[in-house]
Structure formats: C-alpha cells, structure tokens
Design a protein around this ligand. Structure first.
Ligand code: TXA
Ligand code: MG
Length: 362
C-alpha cells in the first residue's frame, strides 16, 4: 500500500485543507486507517464504533489485543454517545481541561465495541486541543479510536516523519501538521465514587493542576516503575516496556540532580562501557552536553541535547525525537540525564523510566 502524506497548515476552514480533511474523514468512515496530529503525539485513527476497522490498528502497530484504545471526540456532546455516565467530578475535569491533553476513563455504552476496550466495561475518552484533529473527527462523523502512531514499544511519534518511518506501506494517509505541541501522551485519569482522581499515566495536565480542582489526587501505585512491578497497572498499556530506543538505555538520577554528581556518573559509566567496547550515546541537558563536549567524553555526534535544565515544556516536546535519534547510529549503549519529577517532570520521568526498563543509577 502506498502511504500518502498531505501537509495541512493554517486553519481547518482554509479552502486548501478541505480536500485533505474530506478525504481523511471518508477513509475513516470506510474502515481505513489515517494518522493525524494531536497536541500530544500523532495518533493512528480508525472508526471507533467499528470493531473490524479498529482491528487494523492492532495489526499495523503489532499491539497486544488486550491493550484498549482510547476514543477521540470533537465536543462534549459526542462524549454522551460513548459514555453511559458522566459524574459531577468528570464534568468538572471536562470543563477545566477539555479540549486538552487529558483522557478520562468512563463507563462505556454498548455502542462501543468490546474489541476497542479490550473487553473492559470502561472507555478512555479524549478531546484533543488541536483544531485539525477535531475537524477530522467532525468530518468522519464518528469518535476516532487512536493509539499513538508508532510500532508498539517504540517512542511515540511527535512529527509526521516519525509516523512515516513506522507506518510506511501499512496505512493509506498521514495528515502532517508539523511537530506536536506537548510531545508526551495525554494524562490518563480514572475517577471513583469517593471523588478521587487516580492518575494512570502522567502527562501535560499535571498532578498539581488536578489538585487545583480536586482535593484527592493519587498516582496509580503501579506507576512508580520497577519497585512495584508485581502490581497490575490500571491502564493495561502501562505494563509493557515502552518508548524504548533500539540500544539499551541507562538513566542517571543522582540525589538533587546536581551537575557535578551527573558528570561523575557519566564519566564512570562511559569508561566502563568503553572498556566493554561499546559505542555510547548520551541524551542530556544543554548544560551537561556542553561540558561533555568540552571534556570530549564521547565524540560530539554521540551527544544529543534535549534542552535547558528545568525547561520541562521544551524537554517534553523533544524527548521522543531524542530517544529515536540514536536508532540510526551504531550506538550500542545510551545514557540519559533525569529531570525533576515535579510538574511535567513526572510525565518525562515516567517515559524515561519505561524507556530504560527501570535501569537507573542514583
Ligand atoms: O495523547 C494520547 O493519549 C495519544 C494521542 C494519539 O491521543 N494516544 C495514546 O494512546 O497515547 P495509546 O493507546 O498509545 O495509550 C492509551 C493508554 C494505554 O496505556 C491503554 O492501556 C490505556 O490508555 N487505556 C485505554 N483505555 C483504557 C481503559 N478503559 N481503562 C484503563 N486504561 C485504558
Ligand atoms: Mg502509545
């Protein structure tokens, strides 16, 4: 199958975008797959009410069939076509953060096929803050089921080129609206009768932001990574190794993230890996990158900077491209610098922890 990429710029209302949105909507309605932009990462979409169409998503991604898909809606009304109950707390979250980078787990209506929810009685609902995405959903006229548009286990795509690399020949169309604003997937939240929000996956709607509208916000205990691997995560997808570059990755997270401590570990790990004849790539902040280049710890082309220390928005936006960077090189061991776990840092560190398979040096 030939995979076409159509660039979309400006506003969905522009005449020049009409053809692309009509065509994409028609493909979705007729049971085909379309990759499309959201404010978090690119999605791989199918008609969310058509179990056969959604099966194609699992095939294209090589995704385990017990891992449910989330449904993307264009507006508040569409939520009522797929969720059987929207509690007052859910309404509050929707009013505060939608459209935006958050997914709510809600009780599902019978209209949502079991094949999409992996047999669960709940459905993940998301209203993306991307005009093209919502215009596409309107054009299709149905909720769009979509995971991230990567091959299962790989870092999510934050631009159309990354989608093309993973999906070339497998899908007919990619809508290209340039790089995604946030770069990490949506925050997933489950709600209970006790007015408690449980974060199943951290994202750009942070725990701190949720605490502003609800007193009780907790993290799914399974999210803390390797220490709790025997606990079953509430989001089935969170149990898999994820976001992983091809070479193994070790995360460097000394107490207080002091520059001297990071450099000390870097020097030690690089020496050790070189003795084992490994080619090392490092994924670090601008500050550490400059020092590593000065000291010639590794050749310059094996240093990738993800942005200034503490500039979490920028780091999140560049994270997956940084992780994918070394896939085209002969690097056989990667070392990455940790960020804070506060605010958006919780999402960044969650992805880095998974990418490393829990391999952390403190
Ligand atoms: O930002 C995002 O959420 C992106 C864009 C494309 O919207 N989508 C995305 O989808 O990240 P995916 O499939 O890669 O991740 C969805 C996660 C999976 O871990 C899945 O297990 C979980 O959501 N999930 C889906 N439905 C669920 C449900 N009913 N209960 C619990 N977890 C659910
Ligand atoms: Mg994914």
């Amino acid at each position: 199958m030939k995979t076409e990429i159509i660039k979309i710029v400006g506003s969905p209302a522009d005449e020049s975008n009409k053809h692309a949105l009509d065509r994409a909507g028609e493909l979705i309605r007729s049971g085909e797959l379309v990759a499309f932009p959201t404010e978090t990462v690119y999605g791989l979409g199918a008609n969310g009410l058509d179990a056969i169409a959604s099966k194609k998503i699992y095939e294209a991604k090589g995704r385990p069939s017990d891992n449910p898909l989330i449904l993307h809606v264009a507006n508040r009304e569409m939520i009522d076509t797929i969720a059987s109950d929207v509690s007052p707390l859910a309404e509050k979250i929707i009013a505060s953060f939608c459209p935006g980078p958050i997914t709510l787990i809600l009780p599902k209506k019978a209209t949502v096929p079991d094949g999409i929810t992996g047999g669960l009685m709940t459905v993940g609902v998301r209203m993306p803050d991307n005009d093209f995405c919502r215009a596409l959903i309107k054009s299709a006229g149905v909720p769009i089921a979509a995971p991230s548009a990567n091959i299962s286990g790989r870092p999510s795509p934050t631009n159309a080129e990354a989608v093309y690399r993973d999906m070339k020949g497998k899908i007919p169309l990619i809508l290209d609206a340039g790089p995604c604003k946030f770069g990490v997937e949506s925050t997933i939240v489950a709600l209970d009768e006790n007015e408690t929000i449980t974060i199943l996956r951290p994202g750009a709607v942070t725990r701190e932001m949720l605490l502003e509208i609800c007193e009780n916000v907790r993290l799914d205990p399974a999210m803390s990574g390797t220490q709790c691997e025997n606990i079953r995560p509430m989001a089935p997808g969170m149990k898999y190794r994820h976001y992983a570059p091809k070479a193994p990755l070790t995360l460097i997270e000394p107490q207080a993230l002091e520059i001297d401590a990071i450099m000390k570990i870097l020097r030690h790990e690089i020496k050790k890996s070189e003795a084992a004849h490994k080619k090392i790539g490092i994924i670090v902040s601008d500050e550490i990158a400059a020092m590593a280049k000065d000291e010639r710890l590794v050749p310059r082309e094996y240093v990738v900077s993800y942005g200034k220390r503490g500039d979490l928005k920028n780091i999140a936006a560049r994270l997956y491209d940084s992780l994918r960077f070394f896939d085209d090189t002969d690097a056989s061991q990667l070392l990455a610098e940790a960020t804070t776990r506060k605010g958006l840092g919780l999402a960044i560190m969650n992805r880095l922890m998974k990418a490393s398979g829990g391999n952390v040096i403190c």
